[in-house]
Design a protein around this ligand. Structure first.
Ligand code: HEM
Length: 433
């Protein structure tokens, strides 16, 4: 359960330094005019492994406490703000006074022992550098760039499903389809040869684990960085539309540095496998709630809104992602936030905001409009959102149309969810049909 900590819980070293700095420069009048109310208590959020698609009860408790609370996570130092309302989440993620760049080098309280991206990676940059980096790979993620992959993606998926049908039941849906398909698609997008897919998968799993230890995760990260540095050098001047080709050209044109290209490649590659876990949770829902599956089979028109509704509803990740640091004193959701303090947003919480979504905990397949923030919001909005949608729609159709009668091969209680993962998903989904 959440633990109440002393209000005077120490701030991060960076937050302390920046606040001291801000205090020194703030005018005495401004300070004297403000009579800040008591700070909310700092809650320790252990971020436990949760079964199935259960919404984190600790996050639910934080949401009940108020729109802006204070949390301490298992790693790093001090505490951070947590913003959970839809409107406030959109404010924080879209306001340039909250910086990702300022997080680099600080030991801010966080879920994982390690920070995933290397310095200069897109997740830790602010505009205009952030815009410059995203521009380098943008053509691969436009509607045209993604549509370029549709035909190949469909063939790869059909081959995987053909294999499952050929071998007959039972089959593990994750091992046979939901893991290899997004991996193959993202490798295609990147320009990573098929023979290197297993290494990519292993490194991604280690990087996206909070329990493998910082050293193993960082070794995997360094190995993947070394791989992309070599691939970028090999692909220099060879042209092409894949991400490595685009990055290589951008380095040659002097738009980005070699280190930035590597950081970007790493983040796109590991981001690509998010689809495995997200669709794993979707498949689990369809397998355990027959009324959802029946509706999708009987009413193909509902599939487009259903994909968005499941994206909204599924608790995609454990805890929270990367934080931002306030670069000025400001107010969010009625709460004063001081310059230098760390702020997390919860997209999961925002997606259950009753002010925006009627019946927020219910799955309403034809919900429309559905302004969910499953892919984030603001400049850091998921690069791969269009691709994820394409893959999810293809997978959806394959599961609903090509495997009719599919059901779990084991009792639901025997299913296992990936332990210590930053992104939640089933380890396996044994099915028969
Ligand atoms: C269902 C699948 C997916 C979900 C739910 C998802 C969700 C998200 C979210 C919530 C963010 C973070 C926004 C923030 O930092 O505030 C993000 C960022 C990102 N995602 Fe995804 N994602 C998915 C699939 C993908 C795919 C397929 C790729 C790549 C092929 C990808 C690549 C990235 C990258 C590179 C970022 C960092 C963007 C930046 O910081 O500017 N994601 N994603």
């Amino acid at each position: 359960m959440l633990t109440v900590r002393d209000d005077a819980c120490p701030r991060t070293a960076r937050a302390r330094a920046a606040t001291a700095n801000a205090n020194a420069t703030a005018t005495a009048t401004a300070t004297a005019q403000k009579t800040p109310g008591p700070l909310p208590p700092v809650r320790f959020w252990p971020v436990r492994d949760l079964p199935g698609v259960e919404f984190d009860p600790d996050l639910a408790a934080l949401m009940r406490e108020g729109p802006v609370s204070r949390i301490r996570l298992p790693n790093g130092e001090g505490w951070a703000w947590l913003v959970s309302r839809h409107e406030d989440v959109r404010t924080v993620t879209n306001d340039p006074r909250f910086s990702r760049r300022a997080v680099v080098g600080s030991d801010v309280t966080r879920l994982a022992p390690h920070f995933i991206p290397v310095d200069g990676a897109v997740g830790f940059e602010d505009p205009p550098d952030h815009t410059r980096l995203r521009r380098a790979v943008a053509p691969a993620f436009t509607t045209r760039g993604v549509e370029r992959l549709r035909g190949r993606a469909r063939v790869m998926l059909d081959e995987l499903v053909d294999g499952v049908l050929r071998d007959g039941p039972p089959a593990d849906l994750v091992a046979r389809v939901l893991a290899p398909f997004p991996l193959a698609v993202v490798c295609e997008l990147m320009g990573v040869p098929a023979a290197d897919r297993p290494a990519m998968h292993e490194w991604t799993s280690l990087i996206l684990s909070s329990t493998e230890g910082a050293e193993r995760s960082e070794r995997a990260r360094n190995a993947m960085c070394g791989y992309f540095a070599r691939l970028l050098a090999e692909r220099h001047g060879t042209g092409g539309e894949d991400v490595v080709a685009l990055l290589s050209a951008a380095v040659a044109d002097g738009e980005i540095t070699g280190a930035e290209a590597v950081g970007l490649a790493l983040l796109v590659q590991i981001g690509g496998e998010a689809v495995t876990n997200n669709t794993g949770n979707m498949a689990y829902l369809l397998l355990t709630r027959p009324e959802l599956m029946d509706r999708l089979r009987g009413d193909p028109g509902v599939r487009a809104t259903a994909v968005d509704e499941l994206l909204r509803w599924i608790p995609h990740r454990n805890g929270v992602g990367l934080c931002r640091i306030a670069t000025e004193d400001l107010t969010v959701g009625g709460q004063e936030i001081r310059r230098g303090e760390a702020v997390y947003v919860s997209y999961l919480a925002a997606n259950r905001d009753p002010e925006v979504f009627a019946d927020p905990d219910g799955i309403v397949l034809d919900r429309s409009p559905n302004p969910h923030v499953a892919f984030g919001y603001g400049p850091h909005y998921c690069v791969g959102a269009l691709l994820a949608r394409l893959e999810t729609e293809l997978l959806f159709s394959a599961l609903v149309d090509r495997l009719p009668g599919m059901r779990l091969a084991v009792p639901e209680e025997e299913l296992r969810w990936r332990p210590g993962a930053l992104i939640r998903g089933p380890e396996g989904l044994p099915v028969v049909w």
